[in-house]
Design a protein around this ligand. Structure first.
Ligand code: SAH
Length: 213
């Protein structure tokens, strides 16, 4: 077996060993090459199950966390999904293989532009990237079937809860940025909101306003 093939097997093994069994999620993780989203100095480590630095002082999440969050989101083929925190674009690319339409928003224009180039390169035509402050959600496209937040807020932002359709699911990390945070699943029912706590995680903070670059 070539080194590349072995690396990819280990990559999928790491994800499965963290309890990800949904075959659609595993297939999407197999289809989207993380190497496209990690360029430069850290490129040789793209297939390791670790978060890595990207531009603007941000990080691309650990692949097993991407898989766990995607599985918890339970995306259906007809869903319209909103992601807050495009970063490298990796998570949005995975979602694009599972959903009808993905909107992903990023406060750093430079990251949004780079992510768009990667989606074009991979021929992912159902993802739209916008440079905007995701703490307000994306009212012009609401409501959403699924919302995934990949930066930690102290509490679930009200506008995001308001933009979740009845029957919809939102997955987000909550807690202070320099502490361990809790990954939460919010489900909107006919009667209100249900909250489940999934696990501990660590994400960069959700910051209000646009970035400098
Ligand atoms: N999902 C990304 C990883 C995200 S890191 C990936 O797959 O690579 C979190 C990202 O959220 C960072 O890029 C950060 O700039 C962005 N972010 C933080 N606060 C934000 C906000 N209010 N609106 C939009 N993006 C935000």
């Amino acid at each position: 077996m070539t080194d590349a093939a072995e690396q990819k097997m280990q990559f999928l093994f790491a994800i499965r060993s963290k309890g990800v069994t949904d075959t659609r999620v595993l297939h999407a993780m197999e289809q989207i090459d993380r190497g496209v989203f990690v360029r430069g100095h850290f490129a040789p480590r793209a297939y390791e199950d670790v978060p890595l630095p990207i531009a603007c002082g941000q990080t691309i999440s650990q692949p097993s966390i991407v898989a766990i969050m995607t599985q918890a989101l339970n995306v259906q083929p007809r869903d319209k999904v909103l992601e807050i925190g495009t970063g490298s674009g990796y998570q949005a690319a995975i979602l694009s293989r599972l959903a009808r339409r993905v909107y992903t928003v990023e406060r750093h224009k430079r990251l949004a532009v780079e992510a768009q180039k990667r989606f074009d390169e991979l021929g992912l035509t159902n993802v739209t990237v916008l440079t905007t402050d995701g703490s307000h959600g994306l009212p012009e496209q609401a409501p959403f079937d699924r919302i995934l937040v990949t930066a930690a807020a102290e509490d679930p932002p009200g506008p995001l809860l308001a933009q979740l359709r009845v029957g919809g699911i939102m997955i987000l990390p909550v807690g202070q940025s320099d502490h361990v945070q809790r990954l939460i699943k919010v489900t909107r029912t006919e009667n209100g909101l249900d909250y489940d706590e999934l696990r501990q995680v660590r994400f960069v903070p959700l910051v209000e306003g646009l970035g400098q670059e």
